[in-house]
Design a binder for this molecule. Sequence first.
Ligand code: SAM
Ligand code: SF4
Length: 329
Amino acid sequence: MVPQFTDSFDRRFYYLRLSITDVCNFRCNYCLPDGYKPHGTANKSFLSLDEIRRVTRAFAAAGTEKVRLTGGEPTLRRDFTDIIAAVRENAAIRQLAVTTNGYRLARDVAKWRDAGLTALNVSIDSLDARQFHAITGQDKFHQVMSGIDAAFEAGFSKVKVNTVLMRDVNHRSLDTFLDWIRSRPIQLRFIELMETGDGGALFRKYHISGEVIRDRLLMQGWTQQARARSDGPAQVFRHPDYQGEIGLIMPYEKDFCASCNRLRVSATGKLHLCLFGDGGVSLRDLLQSDDQQTQLQARIAASLHSKKQTHFLHQGNTGVTQNLSFIGG
Ligand code: SAM
Ligand code: SF4
């Protein structure tokens, strides 16, 4: 039996966020304002289906119980449904989620569910079609909303929606979002805008703390829920009058990193110990055959000793993360 992946601060890693492509068809102003442009990794292909199978097998054997597929836009991969099935070959991985811009949901979500997808996060920063277009560069609001309906029809009992909180863009729209989730089982998660290498000016203009939302929720009778060990970083709030929930992701809050339970692997097979970490540890040479699994696990376990206690974002450190499409948000 392989020991659980653990770091020097005794944090255990139950959760792997796996990027499967850098490519994206949206141009969100806080992520890829000029659209996707191949960068330094352009000549390196993204992980193949077999490499994805091997990396998730290694993580599953060392205690990972939840995997999130992300990117770029993960659903742009033609073999996306096969990827879902390959990850679910691991019995230990009981939760398999995707974070998506929702572009392919209406067409494909039932297929993904049949292949073994268990959870969905869809990114929607505005419930106004014109503002959605202005933020994402794509006039696809109605298509994405139909995709959410299709997810419920396909049998998902809950959908999570990610909303990047931006000052004067959507931070005063709480009531509109609350109306939307009153009778829908949607967990709407406000994510504080994070500073990236490309986005310094945007960050200074639009960043606002999630506290503005938390204060209003508490005033209106919402209560915070306890967190399970493989849950993501959101603080979750419920209210008896609402079917939906509100999540808050506040990476700038003190002690955000103390409960870190996740590791990341990039689309080209590098292990990243933190979204805002170092250059990453390449795993690719150990993903070439099934009999390398022991060596692969040993490399990951050894790398974990250099995971730092916190991300140092407060000091303006953005690590190598030029934008979040690179190793997935
Ligand atoms: N393309 C998919 C999507 O948009 O859902 C998956 C990748 S995207 C990088 C993952 C999440 O990161 C999205 O919810 C997105 O809104 C969020 N994100 C991107 N850049 C961000 C930033 N600078 N600060 C906070 N969240 C960000
Ligand atoms: Fe694409 Fe997601 Fe980045 Fe938007 S947030 S540009 S959809 S990768």
